[in-house]
Design a protein. Structure first.
Length: 343
């Protein structure tokens, strides 16, 4: 992928960010907050638009809004597993409103960012109006806004939907935080299929994926942005026969694009460590070495010990291998050029 000049890159990023209009929301910001970072706001919208219920197969994970026409009460919430509570606390601190609470359900612990205060709800209406990307969330917002206007006797107009997913804004980072995933075959010690003689082969595999109920156009757009060639498939959630759309990205070229993106727009929650390990295996893969059982087991063990260095560390740091990793990879023969073209 060609390198853009700094000026061109910044201009492209600014243009993509302008698809999101926060002018009305910023007029109503709390007095103690001088300015909202537009990248945070775009990340937040992406995070809110996903909910993780399909990805994690947990219907208790959700994000949404509601309006009760009888009590005329509006609610807004994002629920996550307890281990992701720091993201919700970060959201609350960044906005300066809302509550983060914890609770137990079905033997599991959860954390929830929540508000029902009218002044906070109206701020969130201003933030989301015109700035939602996914089709299902746009439909839900229209219903919510209609209820609020009727129940509270307001006349807030629905803005045109101009927001778009782009590799030059933080929306996909937030959406991935909620609904995306990163996987490698390291837990299987990099085992692959057996050869014709029945011997186990070893290779590095990586996968970035997003599963959605519908949203085929959105997944197709993400696919095109990364240059991925994998077909969007349909899968079940393992509990029902309902089909979900799933985008998987596995190629070296498209993964390079994603790593560059997440380096510029880092994940903020618990998926950051999975993303880091996924990137690490990708850099193993780019060494094009012939992997054997011993080396595979050693590298899988080293990868498991890789700890999350925090958001301050750029994802490109995953390319900086440890001495032990370098020793293992350097000792392995390279894949023959003709085999590389077939893989």
């Amino acid at each position: 992928m060609g390198q853009e000049s700094t000026g061109t890159s910044e201009t492209t990023r600014e243009a993509a960010q302008k698809n999101f209009d926060y002018s009305d929301f910023n007029k109503q910001r709390p007095q103690h907050i001088k300015r909202f970072n537009p990248h945070f706001l775009t990340w937040f919208i992406g995070f809110f638009e996903g909910d993780g219920s399909v990805h994690c197969r947990d219907s208790n994970l959700r994000s949404g809004f509601s309006f009760n026409p009888v009590s005329k009460r509006a609610d807004f919430e994002i629920t996550q597993h307890i281990d992701n509570i720091k993201v919700l606390q970060f959201i609350r601190k960044s906005f300066g409103f809302g509550k983060v609470m914890t609770y137990d359900k079905d033997g599991k612990k959860y954390a929830r960012f929540y508000t029902s205060k009218k002044e906070h709800i109206l701020k969130l209406v201003l933030l989301l109006n015109g700035n939602i990307v996914s089709a299902k969330r746009r439909e839900q917002f229209v219903e919510w806004l209609t209820g609020i206007n009727q129940g509270w006797r307001l006349s807030i107009p629905l803005k045109p939907w101009t927001a778009k997913v782009s590799l030059q804004n933080a929306w996909l980072s937030g959406f991935t935080e909620a609904d995306g995933g990163f996987s490698t075959n390291s837990q299987n010690n990099f085992k692959a299929s057996k050869d014709q003689k029945g011997n186990t082969r070893f290779r590095f595999t990586t996968k970035y994926y997003i599963t959605q109920d519908g949203e085929l156009c959105l997944l197709t757009e993400i696919q095109q942005l990364t240059g991925a060639t994998n077909k969007i498939s349909q899968i079940t959630n393992g509990h029902t026969k309902k089909l979900y759309n799933r985008l998987e990205i596995t190629s070296i070229e498209a993964t390079d694009v994603l790593i560059d993106y997440f380096n510029r727009f880092p994940l903020k929650g618990t998926r950051h460590i999975a993303c880091l390990r996924w990137a690490r295996v990708h850099f193993y893969k780019k060494r094009h070495v012939v992997l054997n059982a011993g080396a595979a087991k050693t590298l899988a063990g080293l990868l498991e010990k890789l700890q999350d260095p925090g958001e301050a560390i750029l994802l490109e740091a995953a390319a900086s291998l440890s001495v032990a990793e370098e020793q293992v990879l350097s000792s392995l023969p390279l894949i023959a050029p003709q085999s590389m073209t077939k893989s």
